[in-house]
Design a binder for this molecule. Sequence first.
Ligand code: PDD
Length: 291
Amino acid sequence: MSRICYLNGQYISPAHASVSPEDRGFLMGDGVYEVIACIHGHMADETGHLDRLERSLKELQMDMPVTRESLRFLMREVVRRNRQKNAAIYLQVSRGAAKRDFAFPDADTPQTLFIIAYDYDFSGQISPISVKTTEDQRWKRRDIKTVLLLPQSMAKQNALDEGYGDAWMLDPEGYVNEASASNAYIIKDGTIITRPVSHNILKGITRTAIEKLCRDSDIKFEERKFKPQEAYEADEAFNSSATSLIVPINNIDGHDIFNGKRGKITELLYKEYRAYADGLRGEQISWEAGL
Ligand code: PDD
């Protein structure tokens, strides 16, 4: 079956879809995106992702391209037309095509809206991975989910080339910001520790849900910075994101964590988060920038 995506009002095969070469997303990375998991037909954390999309756009002086209701409909329609039950939905909005200029074009320039759904297997927990710490080379507004992803892509590729599963990116003082496309956590003496929200990191929708689930189930959730040295001595560690959900980390820079196995609290959190993401709790957590 040929795949169908949505681009600017059309349901079309990606092979035949085209965007202007003057699109500012292409020329300048002038766009934002979201990635939403569709698990057994349930859009996990949809409300939070749309909250963050609206906020990312606002920070770049853009409006929502269509209403929230239309976005919800379009995502479901792409999944329906592809007969998908499990998918990672990618949604991108750029400022649209205009004569190349550093100043923003007129506000009535039509935005580009692109939605595609990739088949995704959510059947089991992802195996533990190792991470390598590395300098964070991104710009200073990491709280906005822009399509400027080259530093993350390079960090991930360098980690893979050196035999690790992902990178943890460090701020200039050597504290862990986050992973290439996930938030980063350690667990010590039963407390989950992750960096406080700031312009340094993207405030994950999954992170927001994990925080709420921890508070609901009396698991201690502490927001503070930590360095790799502390992480090497942690009881457990994990990453979280919309597509990978919760990924156990069994090694950081060559130091084994939890004897190289999947940690117990990480396992418990995964089960809790899975019940929520699968829609079994019947709730959707909203998201606020918190800055
Ligand atoms: N990435 N930090 C960064 C830098 C990210 O790119 C992501 C998500 C996260 C986690 O956010 P959330 O829980 O809302 O997915 C944190 C997505 C999955 C991506 O770029 O594919």
